[in-house]
Ligand binder design. Structure first.
Ligand SMILES: *Cc1c(COP(=O)(O)O)cnc(C)c1O
Length: 497
């Protein structure tokens, strides 16, 4: 049976998966959601014996129903291969009463690789299926990790170009170096004078610019998005929650039907939404604990039912979560409003005009699976240092926000449910913050790349290839622009002025 997609704002329906992947954002500015969330067709005991790739196929075939078995398997095999430094793709590490689901073993050592290593294949397959002749231009705003993962995925993929905007002063030194050294003639990396929300709003404005799209159409281009609003990113993220449950079952850490909680360090709300979808597919997930840094819009939202972005934007040591507008929340709102596109539109309009909205009491009741916690900068550093001191296990700043949320949740509730913490980045990606959390006096005067060797020594882990590469790679991208000139920059790169 074919699963079709519709916009959360009601303007589009009956859309095939491949079309939704190509389009990214719906024409009315909404996000594509599946008409229903499919249930797993195999029992979890069977899934538990499967490899990551096999699990990926079992999950994705339920969502991408217009892909043939051959097409989908080809996408999966091309994505989850030697680019990952471990056969199991997403290992689970037990430390301090929780299971850390390490989602950072791909090419750019952050969890974005889990979806962005497959998205280019899903997209080029979708283009073929729909007889698209235009070149596809991926336009992406990044808070640091999406950008590099998307660049790595799309570099030199025939029939595509990719343009990435990042906040010039809002990413870590290593994140920036990773991006500006990107190879591939079809790539462009641009620093903007603004924060991530400015970059994201700028990209959304370009997507919504009809005149511009017509101009590009004539020049043989069409836009798509690699941001986490693309359904082609969301669905691959469901896989690792199914896989994690299966592995815990296989290793007898869980018994059949036993619940697991998940804690997700959250920014744009894509990763945790994938866990929520996994739950609805039949994975016995209990609580979904949404962990925020000091930009705690979501924490406030889950406590009060009011979403309010009118507050200072803080730069923290977990920059990939420095976000005040969590785009994927719109999919959850739509669902808890009872698939009411009118309500969703009303809330999104309020967010655009007043920077806030409040959900109804009935909607709030449907949020009972979720709870929000946040970690201050100090608590984040303390968590890294404590966990290292107690277990020798070193986690990055984003994962530490989640680990701290888990500690707070456990202290508040005494809930003994087994818990999986989404470990979203390698500590090597945020070496400075991690090392200073462990010993500020000792490490504060050392260079980032020297700290990398220290980290390797204290953690007993090998320096990942992604870091070794940037030590010597030349800078290839030097473009910087104002937020208001983003459109101009795009046109210049495409030579479509
Ligand atoms: C993107 C990112 C997050 C936030 O994930 P969302 O899906 O946007 O909520 C958390 N940690 C890291 C390391 C990331 O790169």
């Amino acid at each position: 049976m074919e699963l079709l997609y519709k916009s959360t704002r009601g303007g589009q329906s009956g859309v095939r998966a491949s079309q939704a992947i190509l389009q990214g954002l719906a024409g009315d500015g909404g996000l594509f959601v599946p008409e229903t969330i499919p249930a797993l067709t195999l029992p979890l005991e069977v899934l538990s014996g499967m490899s990551y790739r096999e699990t990926a196929y079992e999950v994705m075939k339920l969502f991408f129903t217009d892909f043939t078995e051959e097409e989908l398997k080809h996408c999966i095999l091309s994505a989850y291969d030697e680019k990952f430094d471990t056969e199991v793709i997403a290992p689970l590490v037990k430390a301090d009463k929780a299971y850390y689901l390490e989602l950072f073993h791909g090419a750019t050592i952050a969890f974005k690789d889990m979806a962005l290593s497959i998205l280019p294949h899903l997209m080029t397959t979708s283009a073929k299926k729909n007889e698209v002749k235009n070149e596809i231009v991926i336009l992406t705003a990044t808070s640091g990790d999406t950008g590099k993962a998307a660049l790595a995925g799309f570099a030199d993929v025939p029939g595509t170009k990719i343009i990435v905007f990042y906040p010039k002063n809002g990413v870590s030194q290593i994140q920036e170096k990773q991006m500006v050294t990107q190879k591939g003639d079809n790539t462009l990396v641009v620093g903007i004078h603004g924060n991530f929300d400015d970059a994201q709003s700028g990209v959304k404005a370009i997507f919504g610019d009809r005149e511009l799209q017509e101009k590009l159409q004539k020049a043989g281009y069409q836009f798509s998005s690699a941001n986490s609003i693309n359904i082609g990113r969301l669905v691959p993220q469901i896989v690792y929650y199914v896989y994690a449950y299966g592995k815990l079952l296989e290793n007898c850490e869980l018994t059949k039907g036993e619940k697991m909680n998940v804690v997700v360090p959250t920014g744009n709300f894509g990763n945790i939404l994938a866990a929520y979808y996994a739950k609805q597919m039949g994975v016995p997930i209990g609580k979904l604990i949404c962990a925020s840094n000091e930009n705690k819009v979501l924490y406030d939202f889950f406590r009060t039912g009011e979403y309010n972005r009118n507050r200072p934007f803080l730069l923290t040591s977990s920059p990939s979560m420095d976000i005040l507008i969590s785009s994927n929340l719109e999919r959850l709102l739509y669902q808890i409003a009872g698939a009411d596109a009118g309500k969703d539109k009303e809330l999104m309009e309020a967010l655009a005009s007043e920077g806030k909205y409040e959900i109804t009491a009935a909607m709030k009741e449907r949020l009972e699976d979720f709870c929000g916690y946040y970690a201050t900068e100090e608590e984040t550093a303390e968590t890294i240092s404590d966990l290292y001191g107690e277990t020798g296990y070193v986690i990055d700043t984003h994962t530490a926000v989640a680990a701290c949320a888990f500690r707070k949740y456990s202290a508040d509730t005494n809930d003994q449910t087994k818990t999986v913490i989404a470990s979203t980045a390698s500590p090597y990606k945020f070496t400075r913050s991690v090392m200073e959390a462990i010993d500020k006096e000792k490490y504060k005067s050392m260079e980032d790349l020297a700290l990398v060797d220290e980290l390797s020594a204290i953690s007993g882990t090998e320096v990942p290839k992604a870091i070794e590469e940037i030590r010597t790679a030349p800078v290839r991208h030097k473009t910087v622009c104002e937020v208001k000139d983003m459109k101009k920059t795009v046109l210049a790169f495409l030579k479509a002025e």
